[in-house]
Design a protein around this ligand. Structure first.
Ligand code: FAD
Length: 408
């Protein structure tokens, strides 16, 4: 059997390991445009922040490819896929045939449309190379502008603040992390960031970047200007699938996969940030571009590719984030539409900075946001993930301590 895996991120690594554990003889080829060994992508923000060094990033030791008998084709981008001839093509013209193909190419930063976006010192933050380049300009930088308050924009702003820069963040909604947390939690987070020096400007976009070769400022949609000597674009990501023939492989936001992570074409699978499966809480198709789902999807896709039928239940948004004095934990659908059959229990204590919001659909918990007092977050996440009915009065879940066993 000839397996080809596109990407060498965490989904690809777990797929390769799963394949090799079930098929010791098949050939495995991994193709990725990043030239380096697999690494922990979320930790690049900690390198920016200065809390870890780049040598801590690798997720597998040296010799990973050799020990699994993998042919690694690194530093090469896949430019097209021929599903009839079962071949992938690289930018340099080389072709690789496959019996089973995994697309695990992750996501690319969403570009920003503004004049001057090609000036120097304007960055995205997706790869360790991006952060390396940011670190080169840091010693000369005093003021940073961060576009977007999603996970990456937020982490960039946090890292640069911790490096001592003056940071301004432009966000569309009233608070950062609006996809991850509810409004009250978002405002607690915004206030904490502001207290620690972040300037947050709401409802504004960049019209143009200005500078002489290197960015020196930005002109905003309200006509005002911001001085800056570096910019980080953190306006979300888009699945990396420009080589995928959409007339053959159905794509919504991500590549559509079934419960075995297989696309509509037998033998072609997709996993990680590039794949669109079913969201457990929302009960519809969704891309949850997070690390634990990429791990799980890669592992299950690999097993199915090697012939073991394993079912993937679906994905669930979840995150744990430390923001100066706040611990934030979220899972599931935290802000479903109002008056649509959801019940919300919520309690906020601004004095202690604690907040708990639980969202129920009938007798199931489908979403939570915790700010501080996050100890029971794991149990609550498990309730959401396993879709277990809550039999005891659900109010008991609002307490600091509850007996999980008695609830079920
Ligand atoms: C700064 C940052 C912070 C994050 N923080 C968190 C967090 O706190 N919690 C969390 O759960 N998740 C977080 N994430 C998201 C997490 O990193 C991703 O969900 C995870 O890495 C996805 O893994 P993947 O294997 O699907 O894709 P990736 O890790 O993106 O790997 C895909 C690989 O494929 C390569 N590739 C793409 N296109 C091609 C092509 N055409 N040809 C060849 N190779 C290609 C890419 O270069 C890349 O090497 C964060 C991400 C970033 C960038």
């Amino acid at each position: 059997m000839k397996y080809v895996i596109l990407g060498n991120g965490v989904a690809a690594v777990h797929a390769a390991e799963a394949i090799r554990s079930l098929d010791s003889r098949g050939s495995i080829t991994m193709i990725s445009d990043e030239p380096c060994d697999p690494y922990c992508r979320p930790m690049i923000s900690m390198v920016l922040e200065g809390s870890v060094t780049a040598d801590r990033l690798p997720i597998r030791g040296p010799g990973f490819y050799e020990s699994l008998g993998i042919q690694a084709v690194l530093g090469n981008r896949v430019t097209s896929l021929d599903v009839v001839g079962s071949q992938v093509f690289l930018g340099d013209g080389r072709a690789f045939g496959y019996d089973r193909l995994l697309i695990a190419t992750g996501a690319d930063p969403r570009p920003v449309k503004a004049a001057g976006a090609d000036l120097g010192s304007i960055f995205t933050m997706r790869t360790e190379a991006h952060v390396r380049r940011m670190l080169e300009v840091l010693p000369r930088a005093r003021k940073a502008l961060v576009l977007g308050g999603g996970l990456v924009g937020f982490k960039a702003a946090y890292g640069l603040l911790r490096r001592g820069l003056d940071v301004t963040m432009l966000i569309r909604s009233d608070y950062p992390l609006s996809l991850q947390v509810d409004e009250t939690a978002g405002i607690l987070i915004r206030d904490e960031l502001t207290r620690c020096g972040l300037q947050v400007r709401v409802g504004l976009a960049v019209k143009a970047f200005e500078g002489n070769g290197v960015v020196q400022g930005a002109r905003l949609s309200d006509g005002s200007a911001v001085d800056c000597d570096m910019v980080v674009i953190g306006k979300g990501v888009l699945p990396s699938l420009d080589f995928v023939p959409r007339d053959r492989i159905p794509v919504d936001l991500g590549i559509l996969v079934d419960e075995h992570l297989q696309t509509w074409i037998p033998g072609i699978f997709a996993a990680g940030d590039v794949a669109e499966s079913v969201d457990i809480a929302r009960k519809n198709r969704w891309v949850n571009a997070i690390w634990p789902e990429a791990v799980q999807q890669g592992r299950i896709a690999g097993m199915n590719m090697a012939g073991r039928r394993v079912t993937y239940k679906g994905s669930l948004s979840r995150n744990v984030i430390r923001i100066f004095g706040l611990d934030v934990m979220t899972a599931g659908w935290v802000s479903p539409p109002e008056n649509d059959g959801f019940d919300v229990l919520q309690h906020t204590d601004r004095r202690t900075g604690t907040h708990r919001r639980l969202v129920f659909r009938e007798d199931r918990l489908v979403g939570m946001t915790l700010v501080n007092d996050i100890e029971q977050g794991g149990v609550l996440t498990s309730l959401i993930h396993r879709e277990l009915p809550v039999r005891k009065p659900r109010e008991s879940l609002m307490g600091r301590s509850f007996n999980a066993g008695q609830l079920l």
